[in-house]
Design a protein around this ligand. Structure first.
Ligand SMILES: Cc1cc2nc3c(=O)[nH]c(=O)nc-3n(C[C@H](O)[C@H](O)[C@H](O)COP(=O)(O)OP(=O)(O)OC[C@H]3O[C@@H](n4cnc5c(N)ncnc54)[C@H](O)[C@@H]3O)c2cc1C
Length: 456
């Protein structure tokens, strides 16, 4: 049925006026994210789009859309804010693009420090609301101003704060997810405990998140500091020492090899050409002592900003995590990136081998984080793109020296490096989206149940 698009008028009739978007440019915009970070995905995905978009405002509207899509066998792809960086919300088989950005209320900050929010709530709004109540997000992506909490849970992994509180799947940070199933009579399912893994980083293939509960951390006033080092080795040594030292209260520990800092255009007034650079967020009360420790380790403090509430102006975190790639791409469009996980005890040797083999094609950008309680150097290296074969050679080489790659140049879950061995997501899909209509193609090994569509 979706081939002829006769269904669009019928869908419009089911929903309040203005909810269904059909203007081609707008549907195209809503169908896209930052997939163009990858030259491989740019080629594969640039012509993919939904047939129509729905901008839902209530749970009942979501239910109507799901029921309609299910009964007519129409693919349904979910969108938060479209800041995903590997085409996660791009519909591969057309159909309906369901934009949840209008369901964006922060419902409650509980006295135990849990934020209960609609899935479309912006992380920046959640952070500001939590801070007013004495709490803050445990971790958030560098896109927090725009990104939705549902999109972060379904598409992201961690970010600023992960050095102390771990990634999203750790420490019970995601307390609950209320999910709507893709069935003729959609059910609301409450996922708690380990069950949240059925929907975390599942790219919206296992159900529609309606509401989430996020455990928060007590609020801290954060100062920012940038420290320049003569070489990457000294920079990494100091960053690692900070990352491992529990006495420093911190939210961000980042290192960049030169020439990455040259692409941070607004920061050039203090970036030192030729030097490695480290960015930190540490407790404001520790900022002075932190600066002294950095200088004692051979660094030069080139930028320092005390805590400000509300935050004003650019933040150092706007240049970290995957924002680094964005600045680099603005400066040189032939660049792209990888997402690597080094082994804590071996990362110096692994970095040395990568640099020896690929030299200036592979530029180091490290983000220290905690995963399952262990501090690790994660990396989002900026790499030069010449051919797909050369990019694959880099990925393969990482594998041979024990560096894990969550491949951001692949558009299905199984190939993206975060597929879970316990198969929780495929089992959940069978349970919550038996016909495989949610974001079809993204869980590439799922075979839909052979049931006839139910007449509307
Ligand atoms: C510059 C830049 C920096 C970034 N930095 C980080 C970072 O620091 N850490 C990090 O983890 N990621 C990062 N990302 C990736 C991305 O920003 C995050 O994953 C972000 O949280 C996505 O949120 P979103 O609302 O934009 O999601 P979208 O891009 O809209 O969607 C992401 C995925 O979630 C699904 N989805 C959306 N809403 C729902 C819902 N309600 N229910 C079920 N599925 C849903 C979509 O179908 C899609 O598969 C970055 C990306 C960019 C471009």
């Amino acid at each position: 049925m979706n081939k002829t698009l006769d269904w669009i008028g019928e869908l419009e009739g089911l929903l309040p006026a203005g909810r269904v978007v059909t203007a081609e440019a707008e549907v195209d915009r809503l169908s896209k994210d930052f997939y163009w970070y990858s030259p491989v995905l740019k080629r594969q995905l640039q012509d993919k789009r939904g047939d129509a978009a729905v901008q839902a405002k209530s749970v009942e509207e979501v239910r109507q859309v799901i029921r309609f899509a299910y009964c007519n066998g129409i693919p349904l792809t979910l969108r938060g804010a479209g800041t995903g960086n590997y085409g996660q919300c791009i519909p591969l088989q057309g159909g309906i693009l369901l934009d949840l950005g209008g369901m964006d209320r922060v419902l409650e900050i509980t006295s135990e420090g849990v934020a209960i929010c609609e899935a479309g709530a912006r992380l920046g709004v959640i952070e500001n609301t939590a801070r007013k109540a004495g709490w803050e997000l445990r971790c958030y992506p560098s896109t927090y101003q725009k990104a939705s909490v549902g999109g972060f849970l379904a598409g992201g992994s961690g970010g600023i704060g992960s050095i102390t509180h771990g990634v999203l799947r750790d420490n019970g940070t995601v307390r609950h997810i209320r999910l709507m199933t893709m069935e003729a009579e959609p059910r609301e399912v409450m996922l708690e405990g380990k069950d949240v893994l059925k929907a975390l980083h599942a790219w919206g293939t296992t159900g529609v998140m309606l509401e989430v509960g996020l455990a928060l951390a007590p609020r801290v006033d954060w100062g920012q500091m940038a420290v320049s080092f003569g070489g990457m080795e000294a920079c990494v040594n100091h960053a690692e020492a900070v990352a491992l030292d529990g006495a420093w209260q911190k939210r961000l520990v980042t290192c960049f090899e030169w020439p990455i800092p040259q692409w941070f255009t607004p920061l050039q007034k203090w970036v030192v050409p030729g030097q490695a650079l480290a960015f930190f967020e540490v407790a404001d009360s520790q900022l002075e002592a932190f600066g002294k420790a950095a200088e004692a380790a051979g660094g030069k403090v080139v930028y320092r900003a005390p805590h400000q509430e509300p935050r004003r102006g650019a933040q150092l975190s706007d240049y970290t995590w995957n924002h680094t790639t964005l600045w680099a791409l603005k400066g040189d469009p032939t660049l792209t990136y990888l997402q690597c996980g080094f082994e804590p005890g071996q990362f110096r040797e692994q970095m040395r081998m990568l640099k020896e083999r690929f030299r200036d094609e592979f530029l180091l950008h490290l983000e220290f984080l905690k995963v399952e309680g262990v501090v690790r150097p994660g990396a989002l290296p900026v790499v030069r793109f010449t051919t797909e074969e050369r990019l694959q050679e880099m990925i393969d080489y990482c594998g041979t020296i024990g560096v894990g790659v969550a491949n951001p140049h692949i558009n299905h879950l199984e190939g993206s490096g975060r597929w879970r061995e316990d198969d929780a997501k495929r089992v959940a899909k069978r349970e919550y989206d038996p016909q495989g209509l949610l974001n079809p193609g993204k869980m590439s090994q799922y075979t839909p149940l052979k049931t006839e569509p139910i007449p509307a």
